[in-house]
Design a protein around this ligand. Structure first.
Ligand SMILES: Cc1cc2nc3c(=O)[nH]c(=O)nc-3n(C[C@H](O)[C@H](O)[C@H](O)COP(=O)(O)O)c2cc1C
Length: 192
């Protein structure tokens, strides 16, 4: 049996989504079907690379309503449409701990359009903050968010985690275990 190709494209500013992509790649390479797994930042993806995939996985971090790299990847819709299996994931500070699944699913649908993402499996993971790497603009935005959360009369656990992470130079809520359902979904696709 010839091995199938999985292409993982990621949009990541500070490495959290890239880390999830690497974890997923490692687990997929361990599967009995032994797929060839290629990782690439969205910015470096070509139509040829996308079209070579039996399964395309697109991961992107969520920053204030937008998915990292989505405008770039949207231009490759025709190539994406040729891939039989497509899977999407997002990474953000709050993840499903705070956002309803439907909300994050909709961010994906809006970003890549219904024809590409509609009815496709979607997963949502928690990331973190790393202030040592962060651009001045991003820090300024988050400083505003931090102040707003700090002033909230009933801050929840996740609001507090955000404030703490900001004040401590960072915080990491990534969890490799959370990728297992995605890996299982792709494993099934590779059997077909
Ligand atoms: C400017 C900015 C805005 C953000 N907005 C949100 C947000 O609205 N909701 C959220 O849960 N996380 C938000 N985050 C947190 C990121 O989603 C989180 O840092 C993520 O792990 C980044 O992943 P990446 O390094 O792969 O880009 C924001 C981060 C930055 C820097």
């Amino acid at each position: 049996m010839t091995s199938k190709n999985v292409v993982i494209l990621y949009g990541s500013n500070y490495g959290f989504t890239e880390r999830y992509s690497r974890w997923i790649a490692e687990d997929l390479r361990e599967l009995e079907t032994q797929p060839t797994v290629i990782l690439s930042p969205i910015a470096e993806a070509t139509d040829e690379l996308i079209e070579s995939a039996d399964v395309l996985i697109v991961g992107a971090s969520y920053l204030g309503g937008f998915l990292t790299g989505a405008p770039t990847l949207r231009k490759r819709r025709e190539a994406m449409a040729k891939v039989p299996h497509r899977v999407f994931f997002t990474v953000c500070f709050n993840g499903l701990a705070v956002y309803p699944r439907e909300y994050l699913d909709n961010r994906v649908l809006k970003s890549y359009k219904e024809e590409i993402a509609g009815g496709r499996p979607m997963f949502h993971f928690r990331g973190g903050l790393d202030l040592s790497q962060m651009t001045r603009t991003h820090k300024t935005v988050l400083a505003g968010v931090r102040t707003a959360y700090k002033l909230k009369p009933h801050a929840n656990e996740y609001d507090k985690q955000m404030v703490e992470s900001f004040d401590n130079g960072g915080g990491d809520y990534t969890n490799r275990e959370d990728t297992k359902p995605l890996v299982a979904t792709v494993a099934e696709m590779l059997q077909k």
